[in-house]
Design a protein. Structure first.
Length: 81
């Protein structure tokens, strides 16, 4: 079936950068909620070779701009060349 995906504009503000493999999550959250930072950048690309994630805690920092509807197409299993 079809699935929706939101493409949003996000204002990160003052970013708390974290590239630790096992970060202290409650400390990171508290630093955002107490007003020192506006968002967190978890650089999983650097420490785990996966991706960078951005976390915000205030809905006023997000502006949905587009809805993209897509459907997943199963990949056919093929023999390696």
């Amino acid at each position: 079936g079809w699935r929706p995906m939101l493409v949003c504009r996000v204002m990160l503000g003052r970013v708390n950068y974290c590239d630790q493999v096992y970060p202290d999550v409650p400390v990171l959250v508290r630093q955002c909620l107490d007003g020192t930072y506006h968002s967190i950048c978890g650089d999983r690309e650097k420490c785990r070779r996966t991706f960078r994630e951005f976390v915000i805690y205030n809905v006023d920092q997000v502006l949905p701009e587009y809805i993209i509807w897509y459907s997943q197409v199963p990949m056919e299993e093929t023999a390696p060349p």
